[in-house]
Design a protein around this ligand. Structure first.
Ligand SMILES: Cc1cc2nc3c(=O)[nH]c(=O)nc-3n(C[C@H](O)[C@H](O)[C@H](O)COP(=O)(O)OP(=O)(O)OC[C@H]3O[C@@H](n4cnc5c(N)ncnc54)[C@H](O)[C@@H]3O)c2cc1C
Length: 507
């Protein structure tokens, strides 16, 4: 029998959301004028707005829901320049100079987080830790030697080690000291709290429906308009796609459990953050009032293609028990991040011919340092200071490194756009609390959801972004789009973009 969400372990929220204060910024109403409008109140948006305000700009952050409740509220928040086995690949793809720029940018991201915490007295459990990448697969060992050598080339002291603080054997590992972990939401909310005033604003509950490039640019919600010299799209997957980002990024969803092993934590784990390549898992700890919590991540898949998502939590729990023994699951959550074609984020001027439009996206699971990199780089571009990372992160770049992925992405999107329309059950029954996509002679693909009280909601299953057919996510109770990762509530309201409009209600 399929697992139901009521069978899943732990409270269905993230450690961060469960332990941070609520916010209450007003919605945008009427007309507001600023220097820079920032669409999206996640780490990328808030860090960028903060650094721009420090540089004397008037900013307005316009957030669809609540500040920090997007991916940043569901991360594992490892602040590190050790991104799996990134550097050997970066050197091969981009050459040494750009690989060094990547290392420098991400090391600067950590330094910037430390500076902000210190300068603004932020209480967010920031602590220095060691980051590890490890594998359980002996066939990968050479890649770890290559990564240590690449570290020396890019100026990071990445060391080979056979001493990972784990209770199971690893085949190879590298480590990088002086990295950091923090409570991402307390960090973000403290920065956001210091934004309003002196002509700057934070608006919540204000979904941007469209923006127009011009002099000035105009950003529109259902309640009002922000006029601004420059606009930054920091909405995670860019809304109002002006440069075909939809064909250059794939959203990947993964799952996290906050657990407490009965036998306690293995020695050394409390001061470490680990990223396993094969099998892929992420581990770190965070202090809580009841002792440290171990965050276990894994079970990733392309958004909308995860099959029975509830089962993924159960598999992750099973994996954690096999490795750490009996344990209590305190929280469970999942979220998604976008991967670019060549593995490097898009940060900078968003589209050809639009000099006042900027974007920060495609962090590929490394958006903590990259959120701060976005802040530093976009601030410099906007106040016209030189920045050594501009060419690396150039969003309008064209290169062949991701050509095969581009073809794969095109095939996947075409499959979902064309063939999913013909799929869908013709006969159906929907149990309470579940959704199903069915084929209807008149309405085509229909998303049906039955509420606990038996009420049936009928929606068009066509995503309002580009028309792909959404699928039911049983673990999170949402309609998820397999093409670009838009997500909708059972009743059709947008949870996550790039869609900005709800699924169409059918009679
Ligand atoms: C499970 C998981 C674990 C991760 N762990 C790590 C890690 O350990 N280390 C690391 O470096 N990175 C990690 N990442 C990646 C990192 O969390 C993300 O890259 C980062 O949080 C993205 O920040 P953001 O500001 O771009 O997006 P978000 O935090 O999602 O912010 C975007 C905001 O824009 C808003 N928005 C969207 N559309 C609109 C609109 N139309 N109008 C107004 N507002 C809008 C959203 O509501 C949202 O609040 C992880 C990611 C996942 C999924």
């Amino acid at each position: 029998m399929d697992p139901r969400t009521s069978d899943l372990p732990g409270e269905p929220t993230s450690l961060w959301l469960a332990t941070a204060p609520e916010t209450g910024y007003p919605p945008l109403q009427g007309e507001v004028e600023v220097d820079v409008a920032v669409i999206g109140g996640g780490l990328a948006g808030i860090a960028t707005a903060t650094l721009l305000k420090e540089a004397g700009q008037r900013v307005a952050v316009i957030e669809a829901r609540r500040v920090g409740h997007g991916v940043t509220g569901h991360t594992t928040a490892k602040l590190t320049a050790l991104h799996g086995l990134a550097y050997a690949q970066l050197i091969a793809r981009f050459g040494e100079a750009k690989a060094r720029a990547y290392a420098d940018a991400n090391a600067s991201g950590i330094r910037e987080a430390r500076r902000l915490v210190e300068a603004r007295g932020i209480d967010c459990d920031l602590a220095t830790t060691t980051a590890y990448t490890y594998t359980e697969d002996p066939d990968e060992a050479q890649a770890f030697h290559d990564e240590a050598a690449a570290g020396a080339t890019v100026g990071l002291p990445i060391e080979l080690t056979d001493d990972a603080p784990l209770p199971y054997p690893v085949a190879a590992a590298v480590r990088l000291g002086e990295q950091a972990r923090f409570h991402p939401l307390r960090f973000l909310l403290a920065l956001a709290a210091q934004l309003p005033g002196d002509g700057s604003h934070v608006f919540e509950g204000s979904r941007v429906l469209e923006y127009r490039h011009g002099e000035p640019c105009r950003v529109t919600t259902s309640g009002g308009t922000v006029r601004a010299r420059d606009v930054i799209v920091a909405s995670h997957y860019p809304i109002g796609d002006k440069a075909l980002y939809a064909f250059r990024m794939t959203p990947h969803r993964s799952y996290v459990l906050g657990v407490r092993p009965a036998a306690g934590l293995p020695e050394g784990l409390e001061h470490a953050m680990l990223y396993g390549t094969k099998p892929h898992h992420s581990l770190r700890t965070h202090p809580t009032g009841e002792g440290p919590l171990l965050l276990v991540g894994g079970e990733g898949h392309v958004t909308g293609e995860g099959g029975n998502t509830a089962e993924r939590y159960l598999r992750l729990e099973e994996w954690a028990r096999r490795r750490f023994g009996a344990l209590e699951v305190v929280y469970r959550w999942s979220a998604q991040d976008n991967r670019t074609l060549d593995g490097v984020p898009y940060i900078g001027r968003a589209a050809p011919g639009m000099r006042h439009l900027y974007v920060a996206t495609g962090f590929g699971g490394w958006g903590m340092t990259h959120g701060l990199v976005a802040g530093l780089l976009l601030r410099d571009l906007i106040v016209e200071r030189p920045n050594p990372w501009e060419a690396l992160y150039e969003p309008r770049r064209v290169n062949l490194h991701g050509a095969s992925d581009l073809v794969g992405m095109g095939v996947r999107a075409t499959r979902h756009l064309l063939f999913d329309r013909l799929a869908g059950q013709r006969s159906w029954s929907v149990p309470p609390g579940q959704g199903v996509v069915v084929r209807d002679e008149e309405d085509g693909s229909v998303a049906l959801y039955r509420a606990a009280d038996g009420t049936l909601t009928r929606l068009s299953a066509a995503c309002t972004h580009l028309g792909c057919i959404v699928g039911w996510n049983d673990a999170e109770k949402s309609w998820d789009c397999p093409c670009h990762g838009s997500r909708f509530e059972p009743g059709g309201a947008v949870i996550q973009g790039p869609a900005v409009r709800p699924l169409k209600k059918l009679g």
